[in-house]
Design a protein around this ligand. Sequence first.
Ligand SMILES: Nc1ncnc2c1ncn2[C@@H]1O[C@H](COP(=O)(O)OP(=O)(O)OP(=O)(O)O)[C@@H](O)[C@H]1O
Ligand SMILES: [Mg+2]
Length: 289
Amino acid sequence: MRAAYAMTDGRQFGHAAVLEMRAHAVASRRHGHAIFLSHSLGRLATMKTWALYSLKGGVGKTAAAVNLAYEAAASGKHVLLWDLDPQGAASWYMGIDESPEISAKRVVAGKEPLGRYVRPSAFERLDVLPGDRGYRDWDAHIHASKQPRKVLESLIEPFSETYSLLILDCPPGIGALATAILRAADRVLVPVVPTPLSLRALDEVNAHVEAKKVGKTNITPFFSMADRRRRMHKDLIAAPPAAMKKAPKTFIDYATHVEKMGEHRAPVAVFAPRSRAASQYRALYKTLA
Ligand SMILES: Nc1ncnc2c1ncn2[C@@H]1O[C@H](COP(=O)(O)OP(=O)(O)OP(=O)(O)O)[C@@H](O)[C@H]1O
Ligand SMILES: [Mg+2]
């Protein structure tokens, strides 16, 4: 049986067991006994959503989404990786070949029960909701919907029954999908290549959050594809600008092993577990978890 809930001590329970425990907790409460059980189950059922997002393309969003999803699952979390990009790169890295033909229009209209498209990956506790070419027009469809900013929130809500972490691999851009992502995610991870252009993209994301009043979005930038042999990268890492104040100390170096994910179609830790890239993604996950 597939576990629906994982306790912090490693124990796992299916839906039936959880329902039984809830009933027991309610009965105990009625008799004036401790209610810690229902309290802890309520807490465990809370799914976190992390989005790998930037308005800039090619900065390492997909590489980070795939590797962080793997690290989270390896550490015991039940993880769903939703590939929101029509290119479907994250799904491809995860070894998924089928294209499910999901149209953004139907998804936004709530006509696609997304759960039916979820596929298991080759790794324990890690599932994938594959990307599809039908996702091309997210912005137009979200914009035309009744509650554009809340579209994503209601779509991901049902997954909180099964997963403790949802990771969104987002396409680049700053339209209606971006606003919905910024609202729905508990944490928005923005990979920043140590160059002025990439930092400017981060400033634009922050300005967008303020202009659209998306709420208390937790934007966490991190340096990505850093090449410390390059003067510009070295200088920006040594004296990071104010926008990087919230960045974790761990960052991701430019590494051949990350490029090789395309050959292996797997997270770095699977084919190069002792590489620096693998330990950097692991360290990044640990700082964020
Ligand atoms: N740390 C890294 N070191 C070396 N190459 C990297 C690293 N991270 C990503 N790459 C490579 O850079 C390219 C872009 O990376 P990736 O697809 O993760 O970026 P992205 O931000 O998701 O791009 P897009 O905006 O197109 O979705 C890929 O070819 C990938 O293999
Ligand atoms: Mg990508």
